[in-house]
Ligand binder design. Structure first.
Ligand code: OGA
Ligand code: ZN
Ligand code: ZN
Length: 387
């Protein structure tokens, strides 16, 4: 018989510290752990998170209970730690709940536990021109889940990787992209072909230089990951350049805080239009999360519409925009490398800006294929590989 309590999840929660005591207070239960930590759990919180088969459907492990359906002042009639170390609560309305101590500790919300969780969240490792480029082997990533996980962690935390040994047949990109998840299609196709074309529907499909940019800033949600796979690269020029957009944003925050705030606050429109489609998105160039951390850079000068800001804001916006672009051109941030056939860039398109130097199509062929996958897919794949 499985004596461990169930929980509403598919991962496991190791026992970090055992429960040693339970104390009943007016609106909460306070537990003590073997390492001395005290964690309060409000009655509502405990009832809300009851993992029993009535409250959570065991197949989906999703909640069925809605907390509004139990009394707001519901209290335990008894609470104790059972022989398996689980916290057991009998409620005044006759319901009973049993909590796994590993799960409970992982979700405890005393100040110390919350600070610990914040500290253990993955953090972006900012980089500059000195980055030692994280390089991975195609065959290892395809065959070995551990190598796959290492690659994905580098994508999450550094945001720029190269994969070598990718077959150079057109379409090979699909297999490695699918190691992460399904591809995000766009108006440029499931896979897009980066080649100089007479009837180009983007500056990307010319031989012009492309300044540092993110792809599809014209969409409410920019693609999270971008793949660029080199099939042929015989033309002079066309080197790839990358900068860490988060590192530049942080440097701007230090060096010119007013410009940083202008880019966070003033929305800018990006446009991608051709004969059959018309995508527009109005959003700030720098996006912050609830804690003020930079989470996204949106930038492509060749896709930008005219600025629309108040007369008072316009000079501030131009100053900030020029300053940001000037920083993307500074040697301290830039990494430049030429991609060879069988090599592939994979990077966080919402963080790492990419560019290419102009190339001369008269000197030889150049053919890259690309595709996108959303950030959510990367993060989900990492969590499943880590289970
Ligand atoms: C693009 C792009 C880079 C390159 O197609 O969006 O940035 O090296 N291409 O051609
Ligand atoms: Zn229940
Ligand atoms: Zn691009």
């Amino acid at each position: 018989m499985n004596t461990a309590a169930a929980f509403a999840d598919f991962r496991s929660y190791p026992l970090i510290s055992a429960l040693t005591a339970v104390q009943a207070l007016a609106d909460r239960v306070q537990v003590q752990w073997a390492d001395g930590r005290l964690s309060p759990f409000h009655h509502q919180w405990l009832r809300d998170n009851c993992p029993c088969p009535v409250c959570v459907y065991s197949v989906t492990r999703e909640q069925v209970l809605e907390i509004v359906d139990v009394a707001e002042d519901l209290k335990p009639s008894a609470s104790r730690i059972d022989a398996d170390g689980c916290l057991c609560i009998d409620w005044q309305d006759g319901h009973s709940s049993r909590f796994d101590p590993g799960w409970l500790r992982a979700h405890a919300y005393d100040d110390e536990s919350r600070a610990e969780r914040r500290a253990s969240k993955p953090k972006s490792q900012l980089w500059n021109s000195n980055l030692k480029l994280p390089v991975f082997e195609y065959q290892a990533v395809m065959d070995d889940p551990k190598a796959l996980l290492q690659w994905l962690l580098a994508l999450r935390d550094i945001g720029l990787t190269q994969v070598r040994g990718v077959p150079t047949e057109p379409g090979s990109l699909t297999q490695i992209a699918k190691r992460i998840s399904f591809i995000r299609e766009s108006n440029f196709g499931v896979l897009f072909n980066v080649q100089s074309k007479a009837d180009a529907d983007s500056n990307a499909y010319t031989a012009f230089n492309l300044p540092l940019h993110s792809d599809l800033p014209t969409r409410e949600l920019q693609p999270g990951l971008q793949f660029l796979h080199c099939l042929v690269n015989e033309a002079d020029g066309g080197e790839s350049i990358f900068v860490d957009g988060f590192a530049i944003a942080e440097a701007l925050r230090q060096e010119d805080p007013e410009a940083f705030h202008s880019l966070c606050d003033i929305p800018v429109e990006f446009r991608n239009k051709d004969r059959h489609s018309d995508y527009r998105c109005l959003a700030p160039i720098i996006a912050l999360d609830a804690l003020g951390q930079v989470t996204e850079i949106r930038m492509a000068n060749f896709l930008r519409g005219p600025f629309d800001a108040s007369a008072e804001q316009m000079p501030k916006l131009y100053h900030a925009y020029r300053r940001f672009i000037a920083m993307t051109r500074e040697a301290r941030f830039r990494l430049m490398t030429r991609l060879n056939p069988g090599e592939m860039w994979c990077f966080d398109n919402r963080r790492t800006l990419h560019a290419r130097n102009a190339f001369d199509p008269a000197t030889g062929a150049r053919h890259f294929q690309g595709c996108y996958i959303d950030r959510d897919e990367l993060l989900s794949r990492i969590l499943v590989l880590q289970r």
